[in-house]
Design a protein around this ligand. Structure first.
Ligand code: HEC
Length: 699
């Protein structure tokens, strides 16, 4: 549990933020899939391939002995250049995949021929309700239907053959800052979906809809509602009183409390149980939210529900009194592991808080929770052996004075899916090895509809002025691929990586692990030893997870390329400073296709001729930038995949700047109008601040 001291002290000194052969047509069924129809080893029909979501393909035509012959079989380029986070689905020789802006595409899995596409026409303005880009993590396919959750909170069913709309329902109150980015799961004739928005101020829940009609079947709220309004007439009603006992004061009521279920939802066929991963609190600040008291159920918890009724079964809370964006939404994998000769049915998760959890699925009891990376866990003081409850370090709370906390909101592991190989019994986790945030509470916090409402002061999230120091901070923010043995509770191998936010993982029967990287490489490692065996330069950062499938006896590996997601905020650490069109790349042994090279067009530093404004104006502009622009245009105005505003010609053209920032000229593309958020004086101060950054950039 060491973090490199140099990096750590830099952070402390500057109080800087780091937000911030394939068995053709053979069937393969895992022995623990008793209640499930066997799934063909050739297909990838569910989000994590099987309902256990191992992200393991038994195919072994492509193996550690021949992977060097892997080449591109076909690729398709999309019409969106934002983050691509989707896991494709492959059934009946067809691929179904979603892209940024919740668009859906179907391709012939062998040839790549486009069969149909569907655009739900998400309004560009919705971008401003999304914390972390306009991403979508995938579709679900069942009984001839394709289901997609759109960024603006619709759940849509399409005909899998034609792409024609079958039904569409709204899953959220669209007057509130809800979005939806997760892949729906189809469980026993129902489509289950959650939502996002805890940073802005919403109340989390999951909803099940009838798969054939879209009719609401049940809803489970993950946090209590306003007690004055009474019960919700929802599946969670029975549990509301127990939840409410763990919340104090009123801070959370207006805000919604958070607890959104924005990613992992897993069906356990053996226990007929549905697991939901619940997100962080809203606002983040514990004192503001709940007077600094209580566990705040079910924030940062795994909750088991009855999939037929949505009723509560059990829960395990990973971070009681959560205050650091420590979501428990990360992907969950179900397996049967053998401990001292005894098989146990377990659930595994590596959430943001930095521990690797193994939980008994029958009871919800904790089996183990271990740190498994170099990241320092300053919030954690050990586990209470009897209850499995973690002891939270009181010094990590920041309501009274700022506190440097590691991991920061990026987490040690975020949504980028980990994989489990039943051949090696190892879990492969894409991690953030470092990163801390100096959490600072907002003084006199007031909920502002439409804004980020975390109760943490974004004005404190600044980088030092010295570019050499910024560059050394950037270099200290490294990632890793960790092979963790969940039974022995130890690391078997680790590959250190130069950047964070690398892609999700695929494990295969060919003794291989595949992963894409933030710096645009697609890599195959041996699953048993972590030896890098093959690497392909994609030219665009990868955050999504690969899949593998076979058609006509030939094995393929497919991956979505397209950098973005939460990485946009900390763009300064990444080499790619440009949005590039997303691509679906499909590989096979002996593939010979050479994709068209990406065209990079870096803007040169700007020449600014206006007389600089006074320090007071610049300071006012900086505050406006921190509060309203940083989450998309990057910390330190250093850009990321979205425009580097230091080099935007609009900052030296007052009318153009006004047309964009208050006029909303680019709102269709996600750059909304800030007319309701600030005045023309703020706007001009902001422009002056950006000019001052442009001058620094040129020097
Ligand atoms: C929710 C995300 C988001 C936020 C917040 C945001 N922007 Fe943008 N901005 C974008 C996107 C996306 C684009 C690119 C639009 C396009 O491709 O046409 C953009 C483009 C711009 C451009 C044009 C850049 C160029 O030259 O191409 C300017 C200027 C700009 N933003 C200013 C601002 C300012 C000032 C703020 C804060 C008040 C801000 N933005 C906040 C998403 C955002």
């Amino acid at each position: 549990m060491m973090i490199r001291t140099a990096a750590r002290s830099l952070m402390a000194i500057f109080a800087s933020l780091m937000l911030i052969v394939c068995s053709s047509r053979t069937t393969y069924s895992r022995p623990n899939h008793l209640a499930e129809a066997p799934i063909s080893g050739d297909e990838w029909p569910l989000h994590g391939r099987t309902s256990n979501e191992e992200r393991y393909s038994p195919l072994h035509q492509i193996s550690s002995t021949n992977v060097s012959a892997l080449g591109v079989a076909w690729y398709r380029q999309f019409d969106t250049d934002r983050g691509q986070e989707a896991t494709p689905i492959m059934v009946d020789g067809k691929i179904y995949v979603s892209t940024a802006w919740s668009k859906v595409f179907s391709f012939d899995a062998r040839t790549g021929q486009l069969l149909w596409s569907f655009d739900p026409k998400v309004p560009g303005q919705v971008n401003v309700k999304a914390c972390c880009d306009v991403v979508n993590r995938g579709v679900a396919v069942a009984d001839g239907r394709v289901f997609v959750a759109t960024l603006d909170g619709r759940l849509i069913a399409l005909n899998a053959k034609s792409g024609k709309l079958l039904w569409s329902v709204s899953t959220v109150d669209r007057s509130k800052p809800y979005t939806s980015t997760g892949a729906p799961r189809v469980v026993k004739g129902k489509v289950v979906i959650g939502n996002s928005g805890a940073e802005f101020g919403v109340r989390g829940y999951v909803t099940a809809f009838d798969a054939s009609t879209g009719k609401l079947a049940w809803r489970f709220y993950t946090v209590p509602g306003d007690p004055a309004k009474g019960p919700d007439h929802a599946a969670s009603d029975d549990k509301l009183a127990d939840m409410a006992k763990t919340w104090y004061g009123k801070g959370w009521i207006e805000n919604g409390g958070g607890g959104t279920v924005w990613d992992s939802i897993v069906y356990d066929a053996e226990f007929n149980q549905l697991y939901i991963g619940v997100g962080n609190g809203g606002p983040y600040d514990y004192k503001l939210r709940s007077e600094g008291k209580g566990d705040n159920l079910f924030l940062s918890s795994i909750v088991a529900l009855d999939p037929d009724t949505g009723k509560y079964r059990w829960h395990y809370q990973e971070t009681p009194g959560e205050a650091w964006d420590y979501t428990a939404t990360q992907n969950m994998i179900l397996a049967t592991l053998t401990f001292e000769g005894k098989p146990r049915k377990v659930l595994m998760q590596a959430p943001k808080n930095g521990l690797f959890y193994v939980i008994d699925r029958a009871t919800g009891d904790l089996i183990s929770a271990d740190p498994y990376t170099n990241a320092e866990l300053t919030w954690f003081q050990g586990l209470n052996g009897a209850t499995g409850r973690p002891d939270v370090n009181p010094a990590a709370y920041y309501s009274e004075k700022p506190s440097m906390v590691s991991p920061g909101p990026t987490g040690v592991h975020s949504w980028h899916p980990m994989a489990f190989s039943p051949a090696t019994d190892l879990v492969y986790v894409p991690v953030q090895e470092s990163g801390a945030l100096n959490f600072t509470a907002t003084k006199d916090f007031k909920m502002k509809p439409g804004d980020w409402n975390t109760g943490t002061d974004f004005r404190a999230v600044v980088l030092p002025d010295d570019p050499a120091v910024v560059s050394s901070i950037a270099k200290s923010l490294t990632g890793a691929l960790v092979a963790w043995d969940p039974v022995q509770r130890k690391v078997r191998w680790v590959v250190h990586q130069p950047y964070q936010r690398n892609g999700g993982v695929l494990a295969t029967g060919g003794n291989l692990v595949f992963q894409g990287t933030a710096d645009g490489r697609f890599v195959a490692y041996s699953a048993d030893q972590g030896q890098a065996l093959w690497e392909y330069k994609v030219g665009n950062g990868i955050v999504a997870a690969p899949i593998s499938y076979a058609v006509d006896g030939e094995q393929y590996v497919a991956i979505m390329a397209g950098f973005g997601g939460s990485a946009i905020t900390t763009g300064f650490q990444f080499p790619q400073k440009q949005r590039l069109p997303g691509r679906l790349l499909v590989f096979k042994l002996g593939g010979t296709v050479t994709p068209e090279a990406y065209v990079l067009s870096n803007r040169p530093p700007l020449q600014v001729t206006e007389t600089p404004a006074g320090a007071g104006t610049i300071r006012r502009g900086q505050d406006a930038y921190q509060l309203h622009c940083m989450t998309c245009h990057g910390i330190g105005v250093l850009g990321g995949t979205l425009p580097d505003l230091r080099r935007s010609p609009a900052i030296v053209d007052k009318a153009a700047f006004d047309a964009i920032v208050l006029g909303g000229a680019l709102s269709q593309n996600g750059m909304v109008s800030f007319r309701r958020r600030f005045s023309r004086e703020d706007e001009e101060a902001l422009r002056q601040f950006l000019q001052s950054k442009a001058r620094e950039d040129r020097n």
